[in-house]
Design a protein around this ligand. Structure first.
Ligand code: GNR
Ligand code: NI
Length: 173
């Protein structure tokens, strides 16, 4: 298991549409292991593969608190097949946009079809934080970030700040 570096905005990789997974091979198991290692290390409650630079439709989630037993969840090729009309507001953050938090409104409840780590088909109904987290991660698979739901003013302000930081970290030409 290896903690891999996180991809941070405005890295263009975060705008890629990730590719479906077709085989439950060693490469997939390695990717999932490294995603959990990276997510727990951060720490975060969810991670999409593109956040470690791998454009595959793979999500890891664990909502357990530190003092609780781990509840690892892997969603491969997830598809939200139903979402409630009822919405809920929740404060979101993203490991690819460090230390920035804003309220986002999303469907309160969802039904998601996915495959587990062995590519066995599954269905999950979720509400509350889990529903929010799954929607946030599925967005990553489609190149969408939670700041895309904010006003252009707020989004541009955040992106400018991170663009400036990235530039400062660039090696001298
Ligand atoms: O760790 C995370 N916390 C979080 C809080 C509210 C809504 C979504 C999230 S996901 C985020 C980790 C992350 O960036 N996943 O892509
Ligand atoms: Ni995120």
């Amino acid at each position: 298991m290896a903690v891999r570096p996180l991809v941070i905005v405005p890295d263009a990789q975060l705008r890629l549409i990730s590719n479906p997974v077709a085989e439950a091979d060693r490469e997939l198991r390695l990717l999932v292991d490294d995603m959990f290692a990276t997510m727990y290390d951060a720490p975060g409650i969810g991670l999409a593969a593109i956040q470690i630079g791998v454009p595959r439709r793979v999500i890891t989630i664990d909502l357990a608190r530190k003092e609780e037993a781990a509840q690892p969840l892997v969603l491969i090729n997830p598809e939200i097949v139903w979402s409630s009309e009822e919405r809920r507001e929740m404060e979101e953050g993203c490991l690819s946009i460090p230390e920035y938090y804003e309220t986002v409104e999303r469907p309160d409840r969802i039904r998601v079809q996915y495959q587990d780590a062995d590519l066995k088909p599954k269905i999950l109904e979720a509400d509350g934080l889990l529903a929010t987290c799954i929607q946030h991660e599925v967005d990553h698979l489609n190149g969408v970030l939670f700041i895309d739901y904010l006003s252009k003013l707020k989004r541009d302000r955040v992106l400018r700040k991170f663009a400036k930081q990235a530039k400062l970290k660039e090696p001298e030409a």
